[in-house]
Design a protein around this ligand. Structure first.
Ligand code: MG
Length: 382
């Protein structure tokens, strides 16, 4: 990506709002490539490989993990960024970092940790992702965190409660918390990663759901968005209906993904042409410009409803996530009662409940299970 290839509303790395601690440039890399490199080399990034996306990490080797999910989001985001002349490096950096703050055991882990932290300021994974890159990574001689550019940090902080935004702004005026008080939008690159995230997990959760056997091809065939592409594939390749194996599914999912990304690029190009923002900053005061067409949005909502009802709330998934919540809650209680069970950096922190949350949030699924067994003597998963 050369700066000359960027649309005038793209985030230009030469005009970044910069890092909290000034550093010399690192040519030939631009500042957003450099952020991407820092993220890939971080400890939190490597941990994503053993963190649950939807299916618990130990339940099968082929399910998505937080790492493979993040790579898929980066792939979708980058190809749309290139088509739209947005900043592909920034999109990649945000996509690779967007889930760094996730706890072990997916949303069950996050809910359990939030409950444990109810009287200590709560726990929110988006805010935690920012905390990881701002403070928790320990890699540089003179500062904590990765010292990323404003635009990358802004993209990582996708949601934020007003209360948390006020706290962020107190510590850093005009930082990434500010837009939640002003009601403005983030960069187009951040908006793109948000939507690519959703498109990625809708598609891969169908695949993982079928692989797990918790949903069937007949069931998902009731969802119009899926049925449309499956019917098209079958019309072209009637033999696939009879064949065992996964070619029908993969070809259907491939077309579904392409159709959604094609729609995203066309709809966004249109809204950008209509709004004609003067530059990257003008985008922040406008309504969201990275969009899907209304028709596809409605079909997506239907798919999401299906996945909630039939997959995410499936009794078998609910049962294993209930066990995962117990692991997190018991770990929290154990460390709170005996902080010295944590490494010194955490054990000697001034705010022990927050240090316990940081320590648990950083764990991989299997490390959390090992620690739980060490501290309680019990194994909740066979
Ligand atoms: Mg995600």
């Amino acid at each position: 990506m050369n700066p000359g290839d960027l649309a005038r509303w793209a985030s230009d790395p030469r005009h970044t709002r910069g890092r909290r601690i000034a550093e010399a440039l690192s040519p030939p890399r631009n500042e957003h490539q450099r952020d991407r490199d820092r993220i890939v080399h971080s400890t939190a990034f490597r941990r994503l490989v053993y963190k649950t996306q939807v299916f618990l990490n130990h339940e099968g080797d082929l399910f998505r993990t937080r790492l493979t999910h993040s790579l898929e989001v980066a792939q979708l985001g980058r190809s749309a960024a290139r088509a739209l002349q947005l900043n592909e490096d920034l999109v990649e950096a945000i996509a690779l970092a967007h889930d760094l703050g996730h706890t072990p055991f997916g949303h069950a882990g996050q809910d359990a940790l939030h409950d444990c932290m109810a009287s200590h300021g709560g726990f929110e994974h988006n805010l935690q992702s920012l905390r990881v890159v701002d403070r928790l990574e320990v890699r540089y001689p003179t500062f904590d965190g990765l010292n990323l550019c404003f635009e990358t940090r802004e993209g990582i902080l996708k949601h934020c409660s007003r209360h948390n935004a006020e706290r962020l702004v107190q510590a850093e005026a005009e930082g990434p918390g500010q837009r939640f008080l002003d009601g403005t939008r983030p960069s187009l690159e951040a908006q793109l990663v948000n939507l690519a995230d959703e498109i990625a997990y809708n598609a891969h959760d169908i695949d993982d759901g079928l692989r797990s056997g918790l949903i069937t091809l007949e069931q998902i065939g009731q969802v119009p968005l899926f049925a449309r592409w499956r019917d098209e594939v079958l019309a072209e390749h009637p033999g696939l209906a009879e064949q065992p194996g996964r070619r029908l599914l993969f070809e259907t999912l491939r077309r579904l993904l392409s159709a959604q990304m094609g729609d995203l690029v066309a709809s966004t190009a249109q809204s950008l042409a209509d709004a004609a923002p003067a530059d990257a900053d003008a985008v922040r005061a406008l309504p969201p410009l990275v969009t899907l067409s209304p028709g596809l949005r409605a079909q997506n909502a239907e798919l999401k409803r299906f996945l909630f009802a039939e997959l995410y709330r499936h009794p078998q998934l609910v049962q294993s996530t209930a066990l995962a919540k117990t692991v997190v809650a018991e770990l929290f209680a154990a460390y709170l009662a005996a902080p010295a069970e944590m490494p010194p950096d955490f054990a000697q922190a001034r705010d022990i409940p927050r240090a316990v949350a940081d320590y648990i949030a950083g764990m991989t699924d299997r490390y959390a299970l090992r620690e739980h067994h060490r501290l309680t003597g019990r194994r909740l998963f066979a």
